[in-house]
Design a protein around this ligand. Structure first.
Ligand code: 6PG
Length: 475
């Protein structure tokens, strides 16, 4: 008897690939599986237990591809960059008209756009799919952001919807647009993730260094916040991490962890793309920068006894203020992310659906939170000028929480506890809400030294002023 063909193939049995393959198998799909190091395949199938009957292990690329029913859906869960290009080159000659290759890694959306273009005309389709939720999410319900053709989406959709996280029965997966749309949305998701993690860490820092609280006390506070409007996966994780004890020393786990944060690139890409599009995502930039500073630990240690703090007396903000400040700053970080999505949607003609994006971020992904449901509601109503902080309910929440954010930023500045992301959020808000800013002086400076010209408030056109000669410039 010939074996039934697979509904999908998963190439790459690392943490994410194996979790997705088992999730698909559990949802009743037949899954062809393979891996570059073939030794892993047998172990993976053995560990799959009863789900092994749904798996078709293959040791060669040829047998893997021919085990999948046509039109084929092949999910690659491999390191982004050159390995993906190499695999496309290897698999393309084996594919038939209508087959779809999916890159489920954290790829640079510029690469995804290029690959999509390179494959168009070959008969095969290319999908860039952002997968969020870490290993547990991939195994039991991730959030997925799909870019590519409608043809590929029609193929993938039943499987993607079956394995996705559900928010009140709504699967957290959507086809968001062509080419790089899915990977761009995932990149911005990660940018927001960076900002949110950083802002939570800043509140931790204020309580640890300013107020002298120990980790369990801060963890307990965060645990309480999880019951309120800050409810989110990242607060839950932070609370649980702060309450975890190191079995070797009996100390709080966080106290034995070195304060140097790694990064794989998605936060940085978000900032780069923001700057390219002339948008400010300063909370995300602050978060990326903070990880950069963190890696310069030896320099910070040298500087500590040498640089005066010049601190001022200040009271530690109340728990209510800290909670409210985080709520306001979280809204602002998300608003920055959504502005970026709006700008990219226009630039690349993607027609991104902000309602759907906020909806599929409500469960499964790392930034899932109560706020995302509020943002989905806000986007469902007309968002004034596409700017979510102008939505009445969101603007009202911000209005209530802003004084707390100000008190927290003032306390951090006075006590010498760096709050780069929280301060950035406040500066962004204050810049956004001011009809007349201060770049009139920037324009004057530019015209002064470079005759760059400026617009006037009272006349149309471009003008230059006659500026005085400066002694320092000679005459
Ligand atoms: C997710 C995560 C996941 C991962 C990122 C961030 O959505 O599941 O964002 O993709 O945690 O790669 O990694 P870095 O912090 O190492 O950049």
């Amino acid at each position: 008897m010939t074996q039934a063909k697979a509904d999908i193939g998963v190439y790459g049995l690392g943490t994410m690939g194996s979790a997705l393959a088992l999730n698909l198998a559990e949802q009743g799909f037949r899954v062809a599986v393979t891996n570059r190091e073939t030794a892993w395949i047998g172990d993976f199938v053995k560990e799959a237990g009863p789900l092994a009957t749904a798996l078709i292990p293959a040791e060669t690329l040829e047998s893997f591809v021919s085990a999948i029913k046509t039109p084929r859906t092949i999910l690659f869960m491999i390191p982004s960059g050159a390995p993906m290009d190499a695999m496309i080159e290897a698999v393309l000659p084996l594919l038939a008209e209508g087959d779809t290759i999916i890159d489920g890694g954290n790829a640079d959306f510029n690469d995804t756009r290029r690959r999509f273009k390179e494959l168009s005309g070959t008969g095969a389709h290319f999908v860039g799919m952002g997968v969020s939720g870490g290993a547990k999410g991939a195994r039991h319900g991730p959030s997925m952001m799909v870019g590519g053709t409608q043809h590929s989406w029609d193929q993938l959709r039943p499987m993607a919807e079956a394995i996705a996280a559900k928010f009140e029965d709504d699967p957290c997966v959507a086809h968001l647009g062509p080419d790089g749309a899915g990977h761009f949305v995932k990149t911005v998701h990660n940018g927001i993730e960076y900002a949110d993690m950083q802002m939570i860490a800043e509140v931790y820092g204020l309580l640890r260094d300013g107020a002298g609280w120990d980790a369990p006390r801060i963890g307990a506070l965060f645990e309480g916040w999880q019951e309120g409007p800050l409810s989110s996966y990242l607060i839950e994780v932070s609370a649980a991490a702060l309450l975890t004890v190191d079995p070797e020393t009996g100390q709080p786990m966080v106290d034995v962890i070195v304060d140097q944060a790694g990064q794989k690139g998605t936060g940085r890409w978000t900032v780069i793309e923001a700057l390219k599009m002339g948008e400010s995502a300063n909370t995300i930039e602050a978060a990326v920068g903070a990880r950069g500073w963190s890696s310069e630990k030896s320099k910070r240690e040298i500087a500590e006894p040498l640089l005066t703090a010049g601190t001022l007396e200040a009271a530690i903000p109340s728990e209510t203020d800290l909670e409210a400040a985080l709520i306001a700053a979280r809204i602002i970080a998300h608003a920055q992310g959504f502005r970026l999505l709006g700008a990219a949607s226009e630039e690349f003609d993607w027609s991104l659906d902000m309602v759907r994006i906020s909806e599929i971020w409500r469960a499964g992904c790392i930034i899932r939170s109560a706020l995302l449901d509020d943002l989905a509601t806000a986007f469902r109503d007309e968002v004034p000028h596409g700017h979510v902080i102008l939505s009445p309910n969101i603007a009202e929440t911000l209005a209530q929480k802003l004084p707390s954010l100000r008190r927290v930023v003032v306390a951090g500045a006075s006590l010498g506890t760096a709050l780069p992301a929280l301060s950035a959020a406040l500066a962004w808000y204050d810049s956004t809400r001011r009809g007349r800013g201060t770049t009139n002086l920037i324009q004057a400076q530019r015209d002064f030294f470079g005759a760059h010209g400026f617009a006037r408030t009272d006349q149309d056109g471009k003008f230059n002023a006659v500026w005085p000669d400066l002694a320092s410039e000679g005459t």
